[in-house]
Every structure is written in structure tokens, then in C-alpha cells.
Design a protein around this ligand. Structure first.
Ligand SMILES: Cc1cc2nc3c(=O)[nH]c(=O)nc-3n(C[C@H](O)[C@H](O)[C@H](O)COP(=O)(O)OP(=O)(O)OC[C@H]3O[C@@H](n4cnc5c(N)ncnc54)[C@H](O)[C@@H]3O)c2cc1C
Length: 405
């Protein structure tokens, strides 16, 4: 049986980073089920790859929504600044855009993948194409990895094992959740798996014809959880999306009633002033035309239809009660029974290996010696904007030290 000092299961960003680091301590092999490494990486940032969020450790942690304190020590070992330097040292120019989002200057995720693949080659790290379906612990504490290939199967032995198999989302990129079963077989607890960074849908969604319309700086409140979020908003065919919704989807829930304030900057005073000028215009201006100064016309027309007013209602006959109804349509629009998109279509998987069972300084399992975890398989996640790739790079970097700090 072939033997390596370390084996990494999964060639995503966390696994590739872990393998590059581990190669400084001995022989390394990556086992990857897809024909090429970093399949999901290529999809990131709409193909541009938002590789990190350019913030100090303290500010970065504010964007980590699940188990931020677990990352504290590892971020001090490999921060977003270290990621930026890592890519620069390896000839990848980066640019920082709004909200600290960092992209390769080429605007191509392939640039980041190519950088990793080159480093794997330079460090003599082999990639074994196959699917790991089980791992055995041998007497003496080494691991035997069983690999299924298209027409054969094989086993490889290693001293240290890094599991970086990702989550359960976008299974076509290779991350189908088998890593969770491997971790469970070692006695690890898997925290409830849920979709994260995804849009919301509702069977009774009545705004489908507004699909594609985006509105900046919208407030949404998850009513049952009583949690509010602000950011850019997008209507989809059967629900709502955009950064504000993606970030709200990092909360844990089955079904939510979502209250939307489309114009948080509109105060009651400003509204009253505008309404009185509408009334003064009398019959010269109709409701539908007046309202479009606030929001896109298709959206305000839908609001008028929602409350059953004629679109050509004039200022002259615009009653107090109608005024209140329209105000509520803009500021307190409620869409009930919204659910997150299914996990296969979500950008990340919430949940994963319980962080209490992993040493936060080394990413080593507290249950099994020389077993390490890296990336999305761990129950840590962050907002949209480069946080999750940075979490993959940070935990990969630390796991790749194989406990040798
Ligand atoms: C569409 C999309 C866009 C995204 N955009 C961004 C973004 O711009 N910025 C950001 O920060 N995050 C983004 N993310 C999230 C980010 O891609 C993930 O958090 C990140 O890829 C996780 O890295 P990982 O190495 O842990 O797992 P993965 O990238 O999922 O890699 C895991 C690897 O393990 C392999 N594997 C799994 N099981 C086995 C097995 N049993 N045997 C062998 N191999 C196995 C898989 O084939 C896969 O290659 C996006 C996600 C999606 C889906």
C-alpha cells in the first residue's frame, strides 16, 4: 500500500491551501473526486472569485456569523491580509472593491485556481483522482483511505489526514456531503445542515412580474426571529434575493414572514410633505405617476394593485386611509411563508463538524489524533463578500501545519 505523510481529501481552496502547507513537512497527496481541482472555486463571485474580505481580523470577525470565536486564533495565523500577500507573492494581482471585496485583477476565478495548481505542481503534490468512501484507523494510529475509482479501487496509508470535502451545496462541483459521514464515522457530531447564502421563495409570491428589478439599501426583517438586515435587494421569479436576503439566509429557520422596508431613508415627515404636494396638484397628477418618484414603476404599480386602488387615482381624491395603505406597502410590505432555496442551490452549507470537537489553534480533531478539518465542512460561516473563501484559506493554512506551530 502506498504511504504518504499527509493525505488531503478534497481539492477545493481549503484542501489545496492545506496541501501546499503540509508539503513543507513531508510527502502529500490530495484525493479529489472531480477530474480537475477547484471546480466550485471557478463559480465563485459570478466567475470573478471574491477571494477575501479586506479587513483587519477584528473587523473580519464581524462578518463571520457562525462561531466567530472559533476562528480567532487561526485568523491571527493567516488573515485576509496574509491571503492578499500570498497571492501577490505568487504573481496574482488583486483589486479591492466596495465593502472590502477582493477579486483577482483579471476578473477571472481561473487565475486563482491556476495559482493553486501551479503551487501544487511546484511542491510535488500529487492529485489522485477518486472518491473516498471510507477511512480506517490502523494499529499504530495511521489512517487507511479507501478510494473508489471509475473501474477500480485502491487504498493509501497516511500519518496525518486532512478532511476538506466542503459542504453539501452545488453537489455538481463534487461536494455532496460525504465528508460529513466520514467525520461522523470518527465519532464527530454534525451540527444541523441547512442552506446558507441563498434566496427566499414562496408558493404564493405575487411579485414575479417584478423579476430582475433591484433596489439599493432595503431593510428586511425576519418577523419570527425578529432580526433585521440592510442591503441591496432583488426580485426573482418566485421570491426575493440580493445581498440583503443572502445575508438573512445565514439565520437558521424553516419558514419566515419577511417584512420589507423598501425605503428606509424615507421618514414619515418627508412622506407627509410629499403627499401634501401630491394633493395640491389635485387632478393633474395620478397616483401611479406620482409614486414612481420613490421606486421603480413596476414595483409601485404592484403596490397600488395590492391595495386595490385604481392606478389613475388622482391627488384630489387621495384619502388619508389610502395614504396609510400605500405608506405601509412601501415601508411594511410583508411576504409570508418564505422558505430558503434548497441546499443544492445555496452558496454555502450552514452547520457541519461541531467546533467544540476541533482544536481552534490547529484544526486537529479533539477526538482523533492527527485528523484535521479545513473549510466548509466545519460549522463556521460568514456573510457574502469573500468571507467564506477566506475561512477556507485560513482553516486550510492552519490544518496544513499538521499541529507543528
Ligand atoms: C455559486 C457560488 C459562488 C460563491 N461565491 C463565493 C465568493 O465569491 N466568495 C466566497 O468567499 N465564497 C463564495 N462561495 C462559497 C465558497 O465557494 C465555498 O465556501 C468554498 O469553496 C469552500 O471551500 P472548501 O475547500 O471547503 O470546499 P469545496 O470548494 O466545496 O471543495 C471540496 C472538494 O472536496 C471534493 N470532495 C468532496 N467529497 C469528496 C470525497 N468523498 N472524495 C474525494 N473528493 C471529495 C469535492 O469534489 C471538492 O472539490 C460561493 C459558492 C458558490 C456555490
Amino acid at each position: 500500500m502506498k504511504r504518504f505523510d499527509a493525505i488531503v481529501i478534497g481539492a477545493g481552496p481549503s484542501g489545496m491551501m492545506a496541501a501546499i502547507q503540509a508539503s513543507k513537512h513531508g510527502s502529500v497527496c490530495i484525493i479529489e473526486r472531480c477530474l480537475s481541482p477547484g471546480k466550485k472555486l471557478l463559480l465563485t463571485g459570478g466567475g470573478r472569485c471574491n477571494i477575501t474580505a479586506n479587513f483587519s481580523v477584528k473587523d473580519f470577525l464581524k462578518g463571520v456569523t457562525r462561531n466567530p470565536s472559533f476562528l480567532f486564533s487561526s485568523l491571527y495565523q493567516f488573515s485576509s491580509e496574509d491571503s492578499i500577500n500570498f497571492f501577490k507573492e505568487n504573481n496574482v494581482e488583486l483589486i479591492t472593491e466596495k465593502l472590502g471585496a477582493v477579486f483577482p485583477e483579471s476578473n477571472k476565478a481561473e487565475t486563482i485556481r491556476h495559482c493553486f495548481v501551479t503551487l501544487l505542481q511546484q511542491n510535488h503534490i500529487s492529485i489522485n483522482h477518486g472518491y473516498v468512501d471510507s477511512v480506517k484507523t490502523l494499529d499504530g494510529g495511521t489512517f487507511e483511505i479507501h478510494i473508489k475509482k471509475e473501474k477500480s479501487e485502491t487504498s493509501i496509508e497516511c500519518t496525518s489526514l486532512i478532511v476538506s470535502t466542503g459542504g453539501k451545496s452545488y453537489p455538481q462541483t463534487g461536494s455532496d456531503g460525504t465528508g460529513f459521514t466520514l467525520a461522523q464515522n470518527f465519532g464527530h457530531t454534525i451540527e444541523n445542515l441547512e442552506p446558507g447564502l441563498t434566496s427566499f421563495n414562496s408558493d404564493s409570491f405575487a411579485w414575479g412580474h417584478c423579476k430582475g428589478i433591484s433596489i439599493q439599501n432595503v431593510n428586511i426583517t425576519l418577523k419570527k426571529l425578529n432580526k433585521a438586515f440592510t442591503g441591496d435587494f432583488l426580485f426573482t421569479n418566485n421570491g426575493i434575493s440580493g445581498p440583503v436576503v443572502l445575508n438573512a439566509s445565514l439565520e437558521s429557520f424553516e419558514e419566515e414572514d419577511v417584512e420589507i422596508d423598501f425605503l428606509p431613508s424615507l421618514s414619515i415627515g418627508q412622506w407627509k410633505k410629499s403627499v401634501s404636494s401630491f394633493r395640491e396638484k389635485g387632478s393633474e397628477l395620478v397616483l401611479s405617476k406620482w409614486l414612481k418618484k420613490f421606486l421603480p414603476k413596476r414595483v409601485t404599480d404592484t403596490m397600488i394593485e395590492n391595495v386595490d386602488f385604481p392606478l389613475d387615482r388622482t391627488g384630489a381624491v387621495f384619502s388619508k386611509e389610502e395614504e396609510r395603505s400605500i405608506f405601509n406597502q412601501i415601508k411594511k410590505q410583508t411576504i409570508t411563508n418564505m422558505r430558503k432555496n434548497e441546499i443544492g442551490h445555496a452558496m454555502i452549507t450552514l452547520g457541519g463538524v461541531n467546533v467544540k470537537e476541533i482544536n481552534p489553534k490547529t484544526m486537529e480533531s479533539k477526538l482523533v489524533k492527527n485528523l484535521f478539518f479545513a473549510g466548509e465542512i466545519i460549522d463556521v460561516s460568514g456573510k457574502t463578500g469573500g468571507y467564506n473563501l477566506q475561512i477556507a484559506l485560513t482553516t486550510g493554512f492552519v490544518a496544513g501545519q499538521l499541529g507543528n506551530q
